[in-house]
Design a protein around this ligand. Structure first.
Ligand code: HPA
Length: 247
């Protein structure tokens, strides 16, 4: 059973058959909402909406630990995480779907580890490759089967938010090597690694990052919903093929 974490624009998986919801508690508090079980493309999955079902939880307020812990406890074989991002690299325009391969973390003041209590030695984890290649490849193969164009590889910069960036900040992110910018990729990916869960992200570009393209003078937030709605349908199609697998 795969776990799916939905981001903005995906608080509910309409494609889910026979859904049933289960409220869970964890040692780290409550996940963003009840976990929803059901079948997607004939495979059992469990879904959680990162921002809550009413989209009320801001990126810096998400209980990332509880979400990951709950999925671990349910014994998922891996996690597909959906996220929305701003595009920095010129080819990553609104509506692009992309499977990032690297992360830059600019978040702060988020609880970002399970490894804090009771351990008598500091424990480190390897994070050279923050995403699980096997699941990345599964998403990329799924895109081919779904007939959707998905870009292989991008450096995901995770910012604290909830405000968007200044144009100068986006320039700095680009100099740092970032291709896309979002607010929820971290510490989610770290926690999945600490919990020894395979994890990969499918990102939907919903706007040009601040100062770029048609966001030259401002990011037109009113336009994001339309882009998001159309693109999420395509992202979910890719997910359906990814959970089914074609190996
Ligand atoms: N910046 C940060 N996070 C985002 C953006 C952005 O431009 N678009 C969607 N999530």
């Amino acid at each position: 059973m795969f776990g799916i974490i939905g981001g903005s624009g995906l608080v509910k998986l309409a494609a889910l058959n026979a859904p049933r919801r289960q409220v869970m508690r964890t040692p780290y508090g409550e996940p963003s909402g009840a976990l929803t079980f059901g079948t997607l493309a004939g495979r059992e999955i469990v879904f959680v909406a990162r921002h809550g079902y009413g989209h009320t939880i801001a990126p810096h307020e998400i209980n990332y630990r509880a979400n990951i812990w709950a999925l671990k406890e349910l014994g998922v074989e891996g996690i597909f995480a959906l996220s929305t991002v701003g595009g920095i690299r010129v080819d990553l325009v609104p509506r692009s779907l992309v499977v990032p391969h690297q992360v830059l973390d600019y978040t702060h003041s988020r609880v970002s580890t399970f490894l804090e209590r009771g351990a008598n030695a500091v424990t480190h984890i390897d994070f050279t490759q923050p995403y699980t290649q096997r699941l990345r490849q599964r998403l990329l193969d799924a895109a081919v089967h779904a007939g959707e164009t998905v870009i292989d590889g991008a450096v995901y910069a995770c910012v604290q938010g909830p405000r968007l960036e200044t144009a100068a900040e986006v320039n700095r992110l680009e100099r740092d090597g970032a291709d896309i910018v979002g607010m929820t990729g971290m510490p989610e990916a770290t926690l999945a690694r600490e919990a020894e869960l395979d994890y990969a992200t499918l990102s939907v570009v919903v706007n040009h990052a601040a100062g770029r393209g048609d966001s030259k003078t401002r990011v037109e937030l009113s336009q994001l919903d339309a882009v998001l709605g159309q693109s999420m349908v395509r992202a979910v199609r890719v997910l359906e093929f990814a959970v089914r697998g074609h190996a």
